[in-house]
Ligand binder design. Structure first.
Ligand code: C6P
Length: 416
């Protein structure tokens, strides 16, 4: 893998901030976009822009075809059985809200057992893990509160490793839905989701995997995982913002109610009654972000053109090196030390507020994220206000890790 060649495709990286070369280590928040993705979106607006599924004219048909081709590419990328199992959304958060709303209302309204559970079968509960991002916590919390159910939380140990025994004990309480992060955005922990899904199914629950932090780093095969739902955002995998996906097994998507109403998600409409379109369109109300969907397809092609094993090894080396070199700093405490980790390193230094550290190293050109990273309960669990998080992408280099370590060392000395 020629990192220098790859970096040429990311012009945004080649700039100075505060007179220092930019070292962009906030990739878990969003990755930068390669030229091919930027150009694909630009081309769409230059030559193809049109609303889709609506016009008989040439441009509309071309745009519709391109959008549906992008859906096929996503399906192939994550090995979905059927293309209609891919619903385009704005991102992970919208996908999870769709699920928490639709799964709740379906059961609430019809009082049927059409899904494998009913909110009227008490106790109704959703099981999550202690390391969830707010987007995989708050929608479920609000759902159980609306439906009069309970949110169960599987704990983790001091290294940020999920307690699988406690997870199984909670499964015995019969949660109807289990929602889990594939990779934690604060700790970097890679959860054993395949095993967790197998266990959840054994106890009769359906499973939702939050793939926001795994999609760019790990190969995803939804059939092999056997998850019922898998969600992710395009902007964390080199694609534009405003596009993401919900994968769902046909059998559940068929049974779920639409999430939003209007536009082409209908079949027939009268003042008395509406019937809904087939999958996946019944979940795509209103005009979608066509340009971003095409950008997502190009981002997938960009990744597929690389040796993904080599990318994974490179990113693992970046994390390992960062951990080794940062360890030498006095008062360093890593938050999240699971043996299976991906993409990032999170830490605090005794007596130094993460925000102060982040602000100082920013002036040295190093962009990291500080704070609770939208996972406040994780901070509460570790009794800290936040962490400094350096998160890596395939274009980062070992030299950049050195710049990070030097910047953190200098900032820590200044702040002590
Ligand atoms: N985490 C971070 O800096 P959206 O914003 O919808 O694209 O993704 C939400 C989300 C859901 N789950 C996980 C595990 C995530 O990491 C994120 C986004 C970013 O960590 C922004 S808060």
């Amino acid at each position: 893998m020629d990192i220098n060649e790859i970096r040429k495709q990311f012009p945004v990286l080649d700039q100075q901030v505060y007179g220092k070369p930019l070292v962009y280590l906030d990739n878990a928040a969003t990755t930068q976009k390669p030229l091919c993705v930027i150009e694909r979106e630009r081309d769409y607006y230059l030559h193809e822009n049109c609303n889709i599924h609506r016009g008989v004219h040439y441009l509309s048909q071309m745009a519709t075809e391109a959008y549906e081709h992008a859906r096929q590419t996503v399906a192939r990328f994550i090995n979905a059985k059927e293309t209609h199992e891919i619903v385009f959304t704005r991102g992970t958060t919208e996908s999870l809200n769709l699920l928490a709303t639709s799964l709740g209302t379906e059961n609430g309204k019809r009082k049927t057992e059409s899904l494998p559970f009913s909110v009227f079968r008490f106790p109704f509960s959703v099981l999550i893990t202690a390391m969830e991002h707010h987007s995989n916590l708050v929608p479920w919390q609000q759902m159980v509160q609306r439906c009069g159910g309970q949110l169960l939380v599987a704990p983790m140990d001091d290294n940020g490793v999920l307690d699988l025994q406690a997870y199984e004990d909670l499964l015995k309480q019969g949660p109807q839905i289990v929602a889990m992060a594939h990779v934690s955005n604060t700790l970097g922990t890679v959860n054993p989701v395949k095993e967790m899904i197998r266990m959840a199914h054994q106890y009769g629950a359906i499973t939702v995997v939050d793939g926001a932090q795994s999609i760019a780093h790990l190969p995803i095969d939804v059939q092999d995982l056997d998850c019922d739902f898998f969600v992710f955002s395009g902007h964390k995998m080199y694609a534009p913002m405003g596009i993401g996906c919900l994968y769902g097994k046909t059998e559940w998507l068929e049974k779920m109610s639409p999430y939003q109403f209007g536009g082409e998600m209908v079949d027939t409409v009268s003042f008395e009654r509406t019937t809904f379109n087939k999958l996946p369109f019944k979940f795509e109300a209103g005009t979608p972000n066509v340009g971003a969907a095409l950008g997502l397809e190009t981002a997938i092609q960009f990744l597929e053109n690389l040796d993904r094993k080599a990318v994974e090894e490179h990113e693992t080396l970046l994390v390992k090196t960062a951990v080794e070199k940062l360890s030498a700093i006095e008062g360093m405490r890593f938050i999240g030390q699971a043996p299976e980790r991906s993409g990032l390193v999170s830490f605090i230094i005794d007596g130094i507020h993460p925000y102060d550290l982040g602000t100082i190293i920013d002036k040295m050109g190093v962009a990291v994220r500080t704070g609770h990273h939208c996972a406040e309960p994780v901070m509460t669990r570790f009794g800290i206000p936040g962490t400094v998080r350096a998160s890596f992408a395939l274009y980062n280099t070992l030299e950049e890790v050195d710049v990070l370590v030097k910047a953190v060392t200098r900032a820590a000395n200044m702040l002590r």
